[in-house]
Design a protein around this ligand. Structure first.
Ligand SMILES: [Zn+2]
Ligand SMILES: [Zn+2]
Length: 264
């Protein structure tokens, strides 16, 4: 079972799952390693408090790592919400704590999360373009991450508004994003979280991974984005088959922010 490197626990404002429940589930699934990536998306207008208590997190998680020693190798990561106006804050955090990995994800566009219908009501046909432009703008500015999280996150929610999406429609923005990921030595995350909510492909989709490989991209990670144990490791077999079909032969596991290649 591939290492799940995108897992949330009650350290995230939108999860009530004790981290040990996620670890137990990973053992039941036969995983040897997982990495927690709780949210830090500060200064946003939301019903949820996405600010991570780093001090508490780094007191608690090493204890969990110890407690599971010999049964499950537990990494400590974070999912940083990329926002251009807090670039310095995020770069500082990346250096301040001993993370195994950092996922950089865009959840907020002009202060609005596409998770909420207001985003699509406000931006209509521009909703997808604006999302990808925001990803590009952020990664041009910041390199404090190892893995670009769920590149087409917006697809999870746009479908309900009848908005179509294909790589070809947005290739003029997606290609420069992939270029920065590849040249910067970052990984592209294969996020299966949307599949547990009905998407037929991971985030990003098959065609984006095909293009990534065509452009020379090699580093890929698996992440279920599980906020509770029911979706931990979900659809990894399907996603792995998809990536092998495209031609990938290895996936990446991070320790101490250093990539290791594992057979796919
Ligand atoms: Zn996310
Ligand atoms: Zn997440």
């Amino acid at each position: 079972m591939y290492t799940d490197q995108h897992i949330h626990s009650s350290w995230s404002g939108d999860s009530e799952t004790p981290a040990s429940d996620q670890a137990d589930r990973a053992i039941a699934l036969g995983m040897e390693r997982i990495c927690f990536t709780d949210h830090h998306d500060p200064f946003v207008v939301s019903d949820v408090d996405f600010e991570l208590d780093f001090k508490g997190y780094f007191e608690d998680m090493p204890k969990l790592h110890e407690a599971y020693s010999g049964r499950l190798d537990i990494g400590i990561g974070v999912e940083l919400g990329l926002q251009t106006h807090i670039a310095d804050h995020l770069e500082m955090l990346a250096k301040a704590y001993p993370f195994d990995l950092i996922i950089g994800s865009v959840h907020f566009v002009e202060g609005l999360d596409p998770y909420y219908p207001e985003y699509f009501e406000k931006y209509g046909d521009r909703a997808y373009t604006l999302y990808f432009e925001t990803v590009l703008e952020n990664i041009r500015l910041m390199s404090c991450y190892d893995i670009l999280g769920h590149l087409d996150y917006i697809v999870r929610y746009g479908k309900g508004f009848g908005l179509t999406y294909s790589y070809d429609e947005y290739s003029d923005i997606i290609d420069p994003i992939l270029r920065i990921v590849i040249d910067g030595g970052k990984a592209l995350e294969c996020n299966t979280g949307g599949m547990s909510r009905g998407l037929s492909e991971p985030d990003p989709c098959y065609d984006v991974f095909r293009r990534y490989r065509e452009m020379g991209g090699e580093l890929i990670t698996f992440g279920s984005d599980a906020h509770d144990p029911s979706t931990l490791g979900c659809y990894f077999d399907e996603a792995g088959a998809m990536l092998r079909d495209i031609g990938f032969r290895y996936y990446t596991v991070y320790r101490g922010r250093t990539p290791e290649m594992h057979k796919l």
